[in-house]
Ligand binder design. Sequence first.
Ligand code: C6P
Length: 415
Amino acid sequence: MSTLTRVVPAGFDVERIREDFPVLKQSIHGKPLVYLDSAATAQKPNAVIDAIRRFHEVDCANIHRGVHELSQRSTAAYEETRAKAKKFLNARTKNELIFVRGATEGINLVASSWGRGNVKPGDEIVISALEHHSNIVPWQMLCEDKGAKLRVIPMNDRGELLLEEYEKLLGPRTRMVAVTHVSNALGTINPVGRIVEMAHRAGALTLIDGAQAAPHMKIDVQALDADFYTFSGHKVFGPTGIGILYGKTRLLNAMPPYQGGGDMIKTVTFEKTTYADLPYKFEAGTPNIAGGIGLGAALDYVNSIGLDTIAAYEHELLVYGTEALGEIPGLRIVGTAKEKAAVLSFVIDGIHPHDIGTVLDRQGIAVRTGHHCAQPVMDRFRVPATTRASLAFYNTFAEIDALTAGLQKVKEIFS
Ligand code: C6P
């Protein structure tokens, strides 16, 4: 056992919490599962699994379409999640929350719908060097389509954005600044409040990709003054295929629908269609009803622990993990920002990350290896890939010890 300091916030009982996650109670290759891949997708508590099961067993019906009891119940449960998401993000009204498939779709919706009417040849979109492909490619597609230019905020060797360089990128042609709140590849927490304020001063709008922030910290879109904010349900302990896009009412009202179909209309004739009011204008077709209900249960679950408690505990895990990995000769942590959340990305001299991941898996330890859908980040650090251990509040100090021991084994095998 490591002699490093383990600090646990008062009242936080990780073993109690782990009881809520059935998937964690299994062995992989004969070893207890150590799940360190929550940035890819988080595990689901019983509350979420039960809510989805209950929907299918008891309430299953399409929403917004039926006068019958089941449809009323499923509509109410689905819409209840919108209210929960409003609270989760501190939005002004429920109508500012659009159900999407995940952060990827949230960003594509804005790039496509807002971009269609607001970006002209010569305009500029600013993103950062830390972005996931989901917050690069939709803007690149928009720029190609419109003859606009993509500008990129650079970062330093710790993985922190250079705000003085960002300032220089802002100008009269800047239409949108789209940055991640927390980097999935490095864990850097960006100063998004400051980034938003600087964008607004230049007359640009902002989109914050909250995919890696929502599971780890309290978010207040009003305090941030973000114009758009998006996150994925499956990373906040909810199901896959569901997520939230927040947008300011004024902006959403001015944007055309993203997709056409059922549920997003007021009237349809062959001559003309009129669209539904917010938020339904952006929600064409039968949605992921079970997913929406599961997401509501996930937000309740996260709130029952409390995001401040979660952030405090995960910070201690991260500090402990950083120290523990730092003691392994030849291991280099990639991404050492002062403000960091939940991610330990690293390389080991002479050993390919895929080999590291495979040996760890044989010991029951699940990590992600590769470019983490952030190839420009890898290019910036001149590595083809990293091994990434990503944390959630159900992880333990003992699991970090298991990772450290696993990495010693990797070194023995490959030295
Ligand atoms: N990152 C990871 O292992 P979706 O796929 O739509 O739920 O989320 C996309 C996305 C957007 N932004 C950031 C910062 C992200 O981390 C992700 C998803 C996962 O890092 C899967 S690639």
